[in-house]
Design a protein around this ligand. Structure first.
Ligand code: CU
Ligand code: CU
Length: 365
């Protein structure tokens, strides 16, 4: 493996700590991202991924001048949401309650369709990433149910690679989505073109998530195969403006560290399109950290505090704070009201992440 941590001979981290701001670092990325390395990253066996990364579109499109696209990276430039097939502003409030029906025993059955598809996603203006997705979007659909419901997910693998859906929650092993585990060993890993039905009861109430669980696991997650699974308590939470925020990142040069950090995939998106909320209204944020390759992530809000409910499994908050730190797979619910109108920043309190995309604004009206 040749110098996996380097981009054009200089590591991204070294660029940042040596006082060079994110702008030239990104310019360098735009101009010189190597398209090799994915072979090594994936153990050298998954050539079609490498072909995707090295194909006509590559992973990065320099702008026409061949110069830095940074000036429109963080101020005014936007990605092509239509080409991506989703907009992070819509993902905030897009909850999928499934197709519901009543079972003979009185329980609610919720059915969902998830399809794994390979797709190029523009993760920041001009920065393209050959992703693996559920339903063509990152994060995948936000599945939502009430505790005790029966959940049925019809999974089709239309990707070039074997995948699964591993849910967090309480369920039997055959439906756990782990390769090689289950009543039918084929039930573990779902080969390209194959399908599987995951079925289990929604428990416990709280904020959970799902992701692929095929090795190399870091790659199957980092490529984009994850989504959120919310189990509402039987006694509903207080009415609120509810927002999904999945903290993620993208290793666009396959050196096993991230070049782009974001909430809901697109770096700097909520800087360009602030999250609009109403003064005095209860806001509930479903906050999930799925970030690969970094040990921690964090969420910090300016000029306000929130009640924090770790994993959303208790009705009582653990803390009133303005900053939480999360490892990969950790998640929690933040509840707050904005007493003042205006623009309020939110960002990772890991300064390096903010400069590479993980920052945004609430616009309180
Ligand atoms: Cu996978
Ligand atoms: Cu997990």
């Amino acid at each position: 493996m040749s110098e996996p941590k380097k981009i054009a001979g200089i590591s991204r981290r070294k660029l940042l700590v040596s006082g060079v701001a994110a702008a030239p670092a990104l310019a360098l990325l735009h101009e010189s991202l190597p398209h090799q390395g994915v072979h090594d990253a994936l153990g050298g066996s998954q050539t079609s991924v490498a072909q995707a990364a090295e194909g006509e579109h590559g992973s990065v499109h320099p702008d026409s001048s061949g110069h830095s696209a940074h000036s429109d990276f963080s101020a005014g430039g936007t990605v092509d949401h239509d080409a991506n097939g989703f907009n992070p502003t819509d993902i905030l409030r897009d909850f999928d309650f499934g197709r519901t029906s009543r079972l003979p025993d009185g329980r609610t059955l919720r059915e969902y369709d998830l399809v794994a598809v390979d797709k190029e996603i523009e993760v920041a203006p001009g920065v393209f990433y050959p992703a693996w997705t559920y339903n063509g979007r990152i994060p995948g659909p936000t599945l939502r149910a009430t505790e005790g419901d029966l959940i049925r997910i019809r999974f089709i693998n239309a990707s070039e690679h074997p995948h699964t859906i591993h849910f967090h929650g309480i369920h039997p092993s055959f439906t756990d989505g782990v390769a090689g585990v289950g009543e039918n060993r084929g039930a573990g890993q779902i080969a390209p073109g194959e399908r599987f039905v995951y079925e289990f009861e929604a428990e416990p109430f709280g904020l959970h998530h799902y992701h692929c669980h095929v090795t190399p696991l870091a790659d199957h997650i980092a490529k984009g195969l994850y989504g959120t699974f919310i189990v509402d308590p039987k006694e509903p939470r207080e009415q609120a403006d509810e927002l999904l925020m999945v903290m993620n990142g993208f290793d666009t040069n396959f050196d096993r560290s991230n070049e782009i950090y974001a909430v809901n995939t697109v770096g700097f998106h909520y800087l360009n399109e602030p999250v609009r909320v109403k003064q005095g209204e209860l806001v509930r944020i479903y906050l999930v950290n799925i970030l690969e390759f970094d040990l921690i992530n964090s969420f910090h809000i300016h000029a306000n505090f929130f009640n924090y409910f770790p994993t959303g499994t208790s009705r009582e908050p653990s803390e009133l704070t303005d900053t939480v730190i999360l490892g990969q797979g950790q998640r929690g619910i933040c509840e707050l009201r904005f007493p003042y109108k205006g623009q309020f920043m939110f960002h990772a309190h890991v300064s390096e992440f903010t400069e590479l995309g993980w920052m945004g604004f609430f616009e309180v009206e």
